[in-house]
Write a protein that binds this ligand. Structure first.
Ligand SMILES: Cc1ncc(COP(=O)(O)O)c(C=O)c1O
Length: 461
């Protein structure tokens, strides 16, 4: 607070106005003690009686109240009138509907993580008073390159690894490093919405590439309207359709990318989870001309809350990536990096993956069996890998009505259109995650979905 004696406004009015502003803006939250008249008078260099009179006016207006024992406090009634805090609180809560079962793909169940292994990793952390090197702690980069070798057969030098804070941050880093602003990146359609949002926010234009038919992928990439700088792909488990790009098509795409000077971004987000199908070599592993940047994440194998992803960058593309990482600085806290290093090098992550694979297989089979009783589902795809399935609906069924009705009954499911660059009512679908749900919950959720009017009525009755 400042008193301006030359302003022509009385000192009392100035005190009233400034305190009222602070109360109105929420700067002084309700219940908080108001500074005493003595302290205010001394601090402002004015008489105490002037301050007392100003406070009386604010009390008369209902802003503050005197209470026995706790002096003068900001009135609790302000909760009802000051909207600021309320609006801010509201803006961070989601739909406002009570969700009992969340079937969005992407969430995991914390109960699936072994407490003992997790605690051991966090107990291993040493305090460090310096930020980690921008591309990540060397021990973590060594552990990640060993992991890529053993889990993906992908040879990798630790210095090729650059640690990032999730997939969007990794894409941001690449867009800045290769100056894609004002240029065009091809993105899958349907695809991971966060990718489009990230490029859009950065001023990188993106062109949707139809990925519905995996056999047409190369032709569709070749026929992009603008000349593209890069292409973002999920070849091991297309998100969200679920198909896997065959090795021959992978080689063809690599040849095209090399000829066209296109950088490929291979998002290999959940290839650890396969059910009854053999692993496919990664694009980066097949790439002899080194135009593929591999993007991995801890979000599906362990915990999306860690916010830890990583890039494996071909040596000849490392320069600009490291320079940009240097400029932005490190984005993953040292304790997180140390804990993940411990989980990788102690073998705990491998044990965790082996354990959850069995759980996911059980949940997946429950999901597939349960979905059979929904007549509006035409067929299921994408169940060979990952932690979600795509339920294609019969012609004429409204996916958006199903989503709406499911939410009003406490179940969060997503519409395939949410993943499309342009909605397509002619092939409706639902994307259903099962990784986080126990079999009994899956059965309960699908039973409830089966009763939704939108999923009971089909064109053929
Ligand atoms: C296609 C795809 N890539 C990556 C991720 C992981 O993103 P992040 O590393 O930001 O948690 C997800 C999570 O749902 C995804 O669906």
């Amino acid at each position: 607070m400042r008193i301006d004696r030359a302003s022509g406004v009385s000192i009392r009015a100035q005190i009233v106005q400034q305190l009222r502003n602070a109360l109105e803006s929420g700067l002084l939250p309700s219940g908080r003690p108001v500074p005493s008249s003595r302290a205010l008078a001394t601090g402002l260099g004015v008489s105490r009686s002037t301050v007392v009179s100003a406070l009386q006016e604010l009390e008369g207006e209902g802003w503050i109240e005197s209470s026995q024992g706790s002096g003068t406090v900001v009135s609790r009634r302000l909760d009802a009138t000051s909207s600021t805090d309320h609006d801010l609180d509201q803006s961070e809560t989601s739909s406002g509907q009570d969700i009992e079962i969340d079937m969005r793909p992407g969430d995991l169940n914390p109960e699936d993580i072994s407490r003992a292994g997790w605690r051991a990793a966090w107990r291993s952390i040493e305090p460090s008073t310096t930020p980690p090197p921008p591309p990540g702690c060397l021990e973590l980069r060594e552990a990640l390159s060993a992991y890529l070798g053993s889990s993906r057969g992908l040879p990798c030098h630790p210095r090729q690894i650059v640690v990032c804070a999730g997939t969007s941050e990794a894409l941001t880093l690449l867009a800045l490093a290769f100056r894609w602003q004002g240029r065009t990146v091809a993105v899958e359609d349907p695809g991971y919405p966060a990718v489009r949002r990230t490029f859009h926010a950065l001023g990188v234009s993106w062109e949707p590439v139809d990925v519905t038919d995996p056999d047409q992928l190369l032709a569709n990439l070749q026929s992009t309207e603008t000349s593209i700088a890069a292409a973002y792909l999920t070849p091991s488990h297309q998100y969200p359709l679920g198909h896997r790009i065959a090795p021959d098509m992978r080689s063809d795409i690599l040849r095209w990318a090399n000829r066209a000077g296109v950088i490929l971004i291979e998002d290999d987000y959940d290839s650890e989870f396969r059910f009854g199908v053999s692993p496919l070599p990664s694009l980066a592993g097949l790439d002899t001309t080194a135009s593929t940047i591999y993007l991995g994440t801890m979000s599906k194998v362990l915990d999306p809350g860690l916010r830890l992803s990583y890039l494996r960058v071909p040596t000849h593309l490392l320069g600009p990536v490291l320079e940009t990482r240097d400029m932005l600085g490190t984005t993953v806290a040292a304790p997180v990096q140390q804990a993940v290093t411990h989980l990788l090098s102690s073998g705990e992550l491998a044990r965790h993956i082996a354990r959850v694979r069995r759980l996911y297989q059980d949940r997946r089979l429950t999901m597939l069996r349960s979905l059979e009783r929904i007549p509006a589902i035409d067929h299921i795809t994408g169940a060979e890998a990952g932690l979600h399935v795509l339920a294609s609906l019969r012609q004429g069924v409204s996916a958006s009505a199903a989503v709406e009705q499911a939410r009003s009954r406490g179940i969060y499911i997503t519409d395939l259109d949410d993943y499309r660059a342009r909605p397509d009512m002619s092939s409706p679908g639902l994307v259903l995650g099962y990784g986080q749900l126990k079999p009994a919950t899956i059965r309960r959720a699908v039973n409830r979905l089966a009763t939704l009017p939108a999923l009971r009525e089909t064109n053929d009755g």
